[in-house]
Design a binder for this molecule. Structure first.
Ligand code: ATP
Ligand code: MG
Length: 387
């Protein structure tokens, strides 16, 4: 019944060229997200986007609920610039909208229409009250608002406002590299950074044969769940071979530091890859105090290997809040599948919660740090993951 979807986007503070970039990216990401669904033209007018539907507005709206930068969508009826026609459209909308109280809001950018906005409100309000005895007017807290917009091309009517994700279009902020494990946290960290406009690539450290093909397949699956939110709807996933580093760490005489050392290797490799890929930040799923490697002391010592900014979008979230988000974005079911991660395989019984930098440097002096990193980078492979 609704031939159009009205798409609202936010961040009104954006001006000039930024605004144009924002809008162009939003349109590109919308097109990518809707590619396999039938739809008509997408047009942009006065800070809004209109999408022509093909009798499938609900499917299209559901898809757009997963596109960052969109604040809300409304299914819209279009009528000729004729009061009777508009009233008939209003009746159709009312039949489709639950609620007992309503008000009418009218806007008239097209001043050639003979009625003023207050006159339109009165005419439509009267029409609704006459035809729908179960409804009454409440101008302060109505169950729904019947909106009418009188434009050059016709009258646009809607009542439903479907909230969407908000945020900034993925890609509008620049590129980031997500350290993606098979756990619950890192996919959520990726989601939250995409929400603020980061276009993501992923990096997974894989320790075959200590960890199985299955654990890699799981990470690919997680990447495919993130892909729809990403700019252009795809996800570049780098798989770095971590096996030699794990072996070297196993032989180290500083076992309580092995997790700290491992994390420093991860950040160093990620920093090099980010430079190569022109990514401006690294993103991890760290949450403060969650495990030994996520105390402030650990983060301090681990972070010391890089000058690239490290974003930790989950730093202030409790585990339950992270889980709730992962359920919402559809990664939870995959994340809880049993798997071995390179970290779980080698967790020492007594990991240091307050590693000291001098000790860490001593331990690293026994290792061929640069050689191990070069080797891992040389063996890194790229997977193009689609939704
Ligand atoms: P997650 O649930 O995301 O695995 P976690 O609570 O298990 O997180 P850790 O295992 O300590 O936490 O990992 C902290 C962060 O380090 C992860 O969120 C992720 O960003 C990164 N990380 C850990 N293991 C890997 C890996 N194998 N490959 C890439 N990044 C990793
Ligand atoms: Mg993990």
């Amino acid at each position: 019944m609704y031939p159009l979807l009205l798409v609202r986007y936010g961040e009104l503070s954006l001006k000039g060229r930024n605004r144009k970039t924002f809008e162009d990216l939003l349109l590109t990401n919308m097109r990518a997200r809707l590619a396999d669904l039938p739809h008509g033209r997408i047009t942009k007018t006065f800070g809004r986007i209109y999408l022509e539907t093909k009798d499938n507005w609900a499917d299209l709206a559901e898809r757009l609920q997963g596109v960052f930068g969109i604040v809300s969508v409304s299914p819209v009826l279009k009528r000729d610039l004729d009061l009777e026609d508009i009233q008939e459209g209003a009746s159709l909308i009312i039949q489709d909208t639950p609620g007992k109280t309503f008000k009418v809001e009218a806007r008239r950018p097209n001043k050639s229409f003979p009625l003023t906005s207050p006159e339109i409100c009165r005419a439509l309000g009267g029409h609704v009250l006459r035809n729908f005895p179960h409804l009454s007017v409440d101008v302060h807290q109505p169950d729904f608002v019947l909106n009418v917009e009188i434009r050059q091309e016709g009258a646009f009517l809607y009542s439903q406002v479907i909230p969407c994700l908000g945020g900034l279009p993925a890609g509008s902020s620049g590129k980031g590299l997500l350290l993606l494990s098979g756990g619950i946290d890192s996919p959520v960290a990726g989601f939250l950074s995409m929400k603020r406009g980061v276009s993501l690539e992923g990096l997974h450290f894989y320790s075959y044969p200590f960890t199985s093909e299955r654990s890699k397949a799981k990470v690919v699956e997680l990447a495919s769940r993130l892909a729809p939110y990403n700019s252009r709807g795809t996800f570049k996933l780098w798989i770095a071979y971590f096996t030699e580093i794990q072996k070297a760490l196993q032989l180290s005489s500083h076992q309580t530091l092995s997790i700290t050392l491992m994390r420093r290797f991860m950040l160093r490799i990620a920093t090099k890859l980010a430079e190569r890929e022109k990514a401006l930040a690294l993103i991890t799923g760290d949450s403060l105090g969650q495990v030994a490697s996520q105390t402030m002391e650990s983060i301090h010592v681990i972070n010391a290997v890089t000058t690239t900014p490290v974003f930790r979008p989950l730093i202030g979230l409790d585990k339950q809040e992270i889980i709730d988000l992962s359920v919402k974005i559809g990664t939870y079911e995959t994340s809880i599948l049993p798997y071995e991660d390179c970290c779980t395989v080698f967790v020492p019984t007594n990991p240091a919660t307050r590693p000291r930098l001098e000790k860490v440097l001593e331990a690293e002096a026994e290792l061929d740090v640069d050689g191990l990193i070069e080797e891992a980078l040389a063996k890194t492979e790229l997977l193009e993951v689609k939704p």
